[in-house]
Design a protein around this ligand. Structure first.
Ligand code: MF3
Ligand code: CO
Ligand code: CO
Length: 254
């Protein structure tokens, strides 16, 4: 396992990439309305990233992924491919943005409700959000990755939802997905010890039903096996001398 430590100069570049990724989500929110297609959301984000930000959408052609963003609707857990499907009132969609700026990646996702949210969809998104934050709040030098996973898993399962095991957070920097793997379940005190200068994502996928998932034949789209709703939020975070700094805060969070 090779975990990179970012120098102060590299940390600044990660700050910039993280801010840009968050700004894409701030921008796209107003477009998430009944009738728009996920493909149209992709086109708008692609144009904004390339033309306004002078940055690169990391997903495009990443291991063959065909689009610039991921759009995961309702029972889609992650890696949904934008396409012709129109969003309708009551849908919940995760939009996942990764940009590359000056050689460094910023990776963040949020849940958006289309029109009026369903009761379960809203609650699931809230628990997933709070679960992500419980994980982030564990981050500090000397803490272990197991502390992050345990905090998320304990909170989510207490609320009778489930944590997806097959996909996880990750180190991030010049490389999109680098070591370590950041599991969203686990045992306190176990796993990699954190150090100042590490940059990681925390991005729990939470299901309303059972935790099990299935990969569709397109090779990308991950869905819940029982077709229950799934929700996810993601931040990119820097480990600091005293704790953590979230690099992908949105306009509303700052
Ligand atoms: N952004 C996703 C993550 O959080 C990865 C998407 S990979 C892609 O790690 F190829 F599907 F875009
Ligand atoms: Co990620
Ligand atoms: Co992401």
């Amino acid at each position: 396992m090779t975990v990179t430590i970012k120098t102060p100069e590299e940390q600044d570049k990660m700050r910039t990439a993280g801010r840009l990724a968050a700004e894409v989500l701030d921008m796209i929110g107003d477009y998430v309305k009944p009738g728009i297609t996920t493909g149209e959301l992709d086109s708008i984000c692609h144009a904004y990233i390339t033309d306004v930000q002078d940055a690169t959408p990391a997903p495009l052609n990443y291991k063959g992924f065909p689009k610039s963003i991921c759009t995961s609707v309702n029972h889609v857990v992650c890696h949904g491919i934008p396409g012709e499907k129109k969003l309708k009132s009551g849908d919940a969609v995760n939009i996942d943005i990764t940009v590359i700026k000056d050689g460094f990646h910023g990776d963040t996702s949020r849940m958006f409700h289309v029109g009026k949210p369903g009761v379960q969809a809203r609650r699931l998104a809230e628990i997933a959000f709070e679960g992500m934050w419980r994980g982030i709040e564990e981050l500090a030098p000397g803490k272990h990755l197991g502390d992050v996973g345990a905090a998320i898993q304990t909170f989510v399962e207490k609320n009778r939802f489930s944590v997806v095991r097959e996909y996880c957070g990750h180190g991030i920097g010049r490389v999109f997905h680098e070591d370590p793997q950041v599991l969203h379940y686990g045992t306190r005190g176990v796993g990699l010890e954190l150090r100042e200068g590490m940059t990681l994502t925390v991005e729990p996928m939470i299901n309303a039903g059972k935790r099990h998932v299935r990969l569709l034949n397109d090779g990308w789209t991950v869905v819940t096996k029982d077709h229950s709703l799934s929700a996810q939020w993601e931040h990119t975070v820097l480990i600091t001398d005293s704790g953590y700094e979230v690099l992908t805060l949105g306009q509303a969070d700052r």
